[in-house]
Design a protein around this ligand. Structure first.
Ligand code: FAD
Length: 402
């Protein structure tokens, strides 16, 4: 693997550390730490996004001419790693890493000019309308229908598991524009404004009591024809481009390794009940060491993908491998934290948010208070962005050529 951290990379690392020291407030760190859900809430995420945007450090996945950072893939990795170590909020990927790169690649100049700056500023908040009741893994069977009527599309159907649709003012949506042709060829990629009579959003509360996902109903919803991305029938190609970014667009190892390091510190503080700390117990330390080794192996795989990107290649289906391993590791790390919390890990406060002045008092430590919520919410990792089984099918077919 020919990735070395050059003196310039190390200088960049120092610059990032100094920036994080200066700009990452206790409120932001606390909000990120005390969010048991998968996705950070907009009050925390957008505040951090504005700070990064001011610095020009926001759109690391966009071409520089469209407002991207101009970082090398290695710099991107260093940034993600330092943010994870510092406990910075993970930003919503929906605008910055999903629809943003799609518009950079497939958008018209007008679409780029209209939407990209508003993604950066946070004025537009996006949600992803892919899954439908009955069309998740088998996405190409989707039924939401868009019919062209003059200068606009009329859209009818329903989307489900739509993350943060209750905050979003725009949805990027896969719609069926042609029912006569093959399933994939009949799909188009349409941007739809959420604030209109034809759209209603119903909450779905997760096992842990968090409201992150929704069902969205479209009944005579309208979108201007200029909001079609690409041509009619090109939606499947665009959808796959976006999914590749969803599965491999973020480095997962930095956050996993930061969480594992934190668990290691907690082991050293937790009395074992036999004159010492759990950090000296061979079973606990062995189990955590196994997680650390897996996370380090994942980090090498992510760095190998970076080496490919640095040569100008697309990430490709290997991203399914990263998604599969990262999702399972995330669950294992949260299970370890749940075991470490012991009986105090059984608390599951109904109130949200768990940060700020109104936050409920934890029983035991804050980490104990978060353990069950994290554990339950991380079940979703092996489902969203394509389930484990779907990733394994892709790996079997396109990577292993079975
Ligand atoms: C927290 C969360 C957030 C999400 N956010 C969004 C979002 O913002 N936007 C969006 O569009 N979607 C979102 N999703 C939806 C997600 O992408 C789907 O849940 C996922 O693709 C699985 O689809 P499904 O739920 O319909 O399950 P199904 O497709 O019905 O699958 C059920 C089970 O069958 C298995 N299975 C299905 N097909 C095969 C096969 N061919 N071979 C082997 N096994 C198979 C699956 O692995 C799974 O275990 C989110 C989901 C969750 C949990």
């Amino acid at each position: 693997m020919d990735i070395d951290f050059t003196p310039q990379d190390e200088a960049f690392r120092e610059e990032v550390r100094a920036f994080l020291d200066d700009k990452l407030s206790d409120r932001l760190r606390d909000g990120a730490r005390r969010t048991p859900g998968v996705f950070v809430e907009p009050d925390i995420g957008l505040e951090w996004q504005r700070i990064l945007n001011e610095k020009g450090w926001l759109a690391s996945h966009w071409p520089e001419e469209d407002g991207g950072t101009g970082w090398t893939p290695v710099q991107r990795y260093i940034f993600e790693k330092e943010c994870a170590l510092a406990g910075a909020p993970g930003l919503s990927v929906l605008g910055l890493k999903l629809i943003g790169p799609v518009l950079c690649e497939f958008g018209t100049p007008e679409q780029k000019e209209r939407f990209l700056p508003r993604i950066l500023s946070g004025e537009d908040y996006w949600c992803q309308g892919y899954s439908e009741p009955g069309s998740g893994s088998d996405l190409a069977s989707l039924k939401t229908r868009a019919v062209r009527e003059g200068d606009e599309y009329r859209v009818d159907g329903s989307k489900i598991w739509t993350t943060h649709a209750h905050y979003a003012n725009w949805m990027f949506c896969l719609v069926r524009t042609d029912s006569e042709t093959s399933q994939q060829k009949g799909i188009s990629f349409l941007l739809i404004p959420m604030e209109q009579d034809g759209i209603s959003v119903t909450p779905i509360v997760t096992l842990a009591g968090d409201h992150e996902v929704n069902q969205v109903f479209l009944e005579d919803a309208r979108s201007d024809a200029s909001n079609l991305v690409g041509e009619e029938g090109q939606g499947w190609t665009i959808a796959k481009f976006l999914l590749e970014n969803e599965r491999g667009g973020s480095a997962h190892a930095p956050r996993l390794l930061a969480d594992i390091a934190k668990l290691r510190r907690r082991l050293d503080e937790e009395p074992s009940g036999t004159n010492g700390a759990l950090g000296q117990d061979p079973v606990w330390t062995r189990d955590l060491a196994k997680l650390k080794l897996k996370a380090e192996a994942l980090e090498f795989t992510e760095l190998r993908i970076l080496a490919e990107l640095a040569k100008g290649r697309r990430p490709g289906p290997q991203t399914s491998l990263v998604k599969l391993v990262a999702a399972n590791l995330r669950q294992d790390v949260d299970t370890f934290a749940m075991n470490l919390a012991g009986p105090d890990g059984l608390q599951l406060p109904a109130q949200r948010p768990l940060y700020g002045n109104e936050a409920p008092e934890p029983v035991g430590t804050v980490d104990d208070q978060l353990a069950a919520g994290r554990y339950l919410n991380s079940r979703a990792w092996t489902i969203f962005g394509g389930s484990d089984e779907v990733q394994k099918n892709i790996i079997a077919k396109t990577v292993l050529r079975l």
